[in-house]
Design a protein around this ligand. Structure first.
Ligand SMILES: NC(=O)c1ccc[n+]([C@@H]2O[C@H](COP(=O)([O-])OP(=O)(O)OC[C@H]3O[C@@H](n4cnc5c(N)ncnc54)[C@H](OP(=O)(O)O)[C@@H]3O)[C@@H](O)[C@H]2O)c1
Length: 266
């Protein structure tokens, strides 16, 4: 049984009310795509949808809490019925709150994992069966360069992003058999409401519009990993292969109050 919208395709961006997701939604609408923009803040999404008036594509506001798996599943079905097949899903909703060894709290770690990791899992569960049945689709999971290795003050955030990268590595070859492309976006520092909270100097800080352009280019490729800014990514890749002795001598210096560095929390 075909749906009335089976010939129409949408890009579903989660975490689209501010920051990277918002800018990505506008960039994609600028390129003629029909974008479904989700986040909890309906008012911001409505403003975003109006901002897309006059662009070649369109943005539809779709308020949603990604930690509510039933609501995400319901939304996937309703979007398909009302707007078109989800050809691309960008699972971008996430947050960061710094943590220290002296104040490690299970409730805080659980809530970060609930949003950053299980929010993405909820999105995958909702869109993958439809893409597999259709025989094609693309999903981009937004992790972070901070997921490469454990960085000071980012125990919860880094663990959530490392889990995403690992999960995506596991799923990519399996999904490829069904024609579904799974990608991971690992941004460095991008100027958004999330990083506006950081009080330390952020190396290679990127404007959100440039980040959205780089992200869009990555979505047009079949590369597994989409990284930006590139120069910071190369440094982080170097950090990733350092043996533990050398690695900890670098990260020790990034602890708050140690040396001139402050902890990265991309
Ligand atoms: N900025 C960076 O430097 C950087 C670097 C690496 C990775 N990242 C990742 O990029 C992604 C976007 O970050 P950003 O910097 O653009 O931050 P942001 O401006 O704070 O955007 C986060 C988005 O997630 C949404 N969100 C939060 N909780 C949600 C929930 N329960 N359900 C649905 N949506 C929710 C927020 O909207 P509502 O509050 O309206 O729900 C907002 O739209 C995150 O996954 C972040 O970890 C960012």
């Amino acid at each position: 049984m075909s749906t009335p919208n089976e010939d129409r395709e949408v890009v579903w961006v989660m975490g689209a009310s501010t920051g990277l997701g918002r800018s990505l939604a506008l960039t994609l609408a600028g390129r003629g795509r029909t974008v479904v923009a989700s986040a909890r803040s309906g008012d911001k999404l409505d403003r975003l949808a109006r901002e897309a008036d006059g662009l070649p594509g369109a943005i539809h506001a779709w308020p949603l809490d990604v930690t509510d798996s039933d609501a995400v599943a319901r939304s996937a079905a309703e979007i398909e019925d009302q707007l078109g097949r989800v050809a691309v899903a960008v699972l971008n909703a996430g947050t960061h709150s710094p943590d220290t060894a002296a104040d490690l709290r299970s409730d805080r770690l659980r809530s970060i994992m609930e949003l950053n990791f299980f929010g993405v899992v909820n999105g995958l569960e909702a869109v993958l069966p439809r893409m597999i049945e259709h025989g094609g689709g693309r999903v981009a999971i937004v992790a972070s360069l901070a997921g490469y290795r454990g960085l000071p003050s980012a125990a919860a955030y880094g663990a959530s992003k490392a889990a995403l990268i690992n999960m995506a590595e596991s799923l990519r070859p399996d999904l490829a058999r069904y024609g579904v492309t799974l990608q991971v976006a690992n941004p460095g520092f991008v100027r958004t409401p999330l990083t506006d909270r950081n009080e330390f100097a952020m190396p290679f800080l990127m404007d959100v519009e440039d980040a959205a352009q780089a992200f869009t280019k990555g979505l047009e490729s079949d590369r597994f990993e989409i990284v930006f800014p590139r120069r910071f990514a190369y440094l982080m890749k170097l950090l990733r292969v350092l043996p533990y002795g050398a690695f900890f001598s670098v990260t020790r210096r990034l602890l708050p109050g140690n040396g001139d560095g402050r902890p990265p929390s991309t």
